[in-house]
Design a protein around this ligand. Structure first.
Ligand code: NAD
Ligand code: DAU
Length: 333
């Protein structure tokens, strides 16, 4: 089987490339990635001779045409993915996440690709009130509230439209917050770990009581694998952890303990505009229908993530130089 992985040089995409190489060594892998600030060929260095890498933009029809040749399956990760950047500069989010997905869908249809898997997010469903026990299901209404989540919602709608209108064999997964190796240190957990390793404080958006669900990235990869192998075309599956509900502050306190740092290393900073309070997924459909369940609990996921950043200081120090400095200044002052 020939698998095209878009965004395969980013955080989750590169973890998926490694996962697929290990578990499906007979498959041919093509990675299409624009190498934006979030894309990094160092993430693929161990497999560089075993995959085909195409540097290119999913918005560019000619490049996508070339990448799609003889492909059986597309796993679509490529996106602008950071909410705070979408608030500062939304244009790239609309272009890549909406138009780029549309360019891919047209090519998938033309090349009669057997499966298009679209990687999406829980954020498309909006925000749950703190204290509420509500959990979203795959049929919950969409209510995106940031330019990022609105662009992902639009892409989900396009994928479903192509399934219903043209019979394009598509599946969608909406996943919770991931953590693990190769995560760009603009997101809360790797930002916290790398700041602490640099002796800097962890910025928590006031008041720190927002709730996220944290999934180890390898579990996300195995969830997508289950959908590719056993999921039905036209269906959507949630992928999420089985962890107790924790606020951002409580999760950061776990990181502080792992890194032997005190609460004095927390710095409360101004809140994100339109900050979604809480996400919570009911992922019983993928468990019941496909037999998937997460393998990693939160404590193990955090421990493995902290260990990875400790061992890979060269990686994150390089990532935190250059363009990152400009963004950090703009975001945190
Ligand atoms: P990331 O920002 O780390 O990586 C995105 C990758 O896409 C980068 O390699 C980048 O170079 C590439 N890319 C961006 N624009 C492109 C374009 N126009 N053409 C080709 N490549 C382009 O993102 P991530 O955190 O790995 O997220 C991957 C996917 O998973 C996204 O679709 C995101 O919405 C979704 N998702 C992420 C999370 C999470 O916690 N990070 C959770 C749920 C869903
Ligand atoms: O839920 C899935 C989503 O998770 C993905 O679709 C996105 O691509 C991914 O970026 C992530 O979005 P979040 O906004 O939830 O992740 P982030 O790490 O940016 O923030 C997590 C929580 O921590 C959120 O409540 C905001 C807060 N936060 C974040 C940063 C960067 C802080 O308190 N301080 C910070 O400096």
């Amino acid at each position: 089987m020939k698998v095209l992985i878009t965004g395969g040089a980013g955080f989750i995409g590169s973890n998926f490339v490694h996962y697929w190489r290990k578990n499906h060594p007979q498959d041919e892998i093509v990675v299409l990635d624009k190498l934006t600030y979030a894309g990094n060929l160092e993430n693929l260095v161990q497999v560089k001779d075993q995959i085909q890498f195409i540097k290119g933009d999913i918005c560019d029809e000619a490049t996508v045409e070339q990448a799609m040749a003889n492909v059986d399956t597309v796993v679509h990760f490529a996106a602008e993915s950071h909410v705070d950047r979408s608030i500062l500069e939304p244009d790239a989010f609309i272009k890549t996440n909406v138009l780029g997905t549309h360019v891919l869908l047209k090519a998938v249809l033309k090349h009669k690709v057997k499966r298009f898997h679209h990687v999406s997010t829980d954020e498309v469903f909006g925000s749950i009130a703190l204290g509420s026990k509500e959990k979203w299901t795959e049929t919950s209404p969409y209510n995106p509230r940031s330019p990022y989540s609105a662009s992902k919602a639009a892409s989900d709608h396009l994928v479903r439209a192509y399934f219903h209108t043209y019979g394009l064999p598509a599946t969608i997964s909406n996943c919770a917050n991931n953590i693990g190796p190769y995560m760009f240190p603009e997101k809360l957990i790797p930002l916290a770990i790398t700041n602490l390793l640099e002796g800097k404080k962890v910025p928590i958006y006031k008041p720190g009581n927002q709730v996220r669900e944290w999934l180890y990235v390898e579990d996300h990869c195995s969830g997508i694998e289950a959908v590719l192998q056993k999921g039905r075309a036209g269906e959507t599956y949630f992928i999420g952890p089985n962890n107790p509900e924790l606020t951002n502050l409580e999760v950061i306190q776990k990181v502080l303990v792992l890194m032997k740092a005190g609460d004095n290393m927390i710095e409360y900073v101004k809140d994100r505009p339109g900050h979604d309070q809480k996400y919570a997924l009911d992922h019983s459909k993928i468990t019941q229908e496909l037999g998937w369940r997460p393998k990693f609990g939160l404590d193990e996921a955090l421990r493995l993530t902290v260990e990875w950043y400790r061992r890979n200081e060269d990686w994150w120090r390089r990532v935190k130089s250059g363009e990152y400095q400009k963004y950090y200044q703009q975001q945190y002052g």
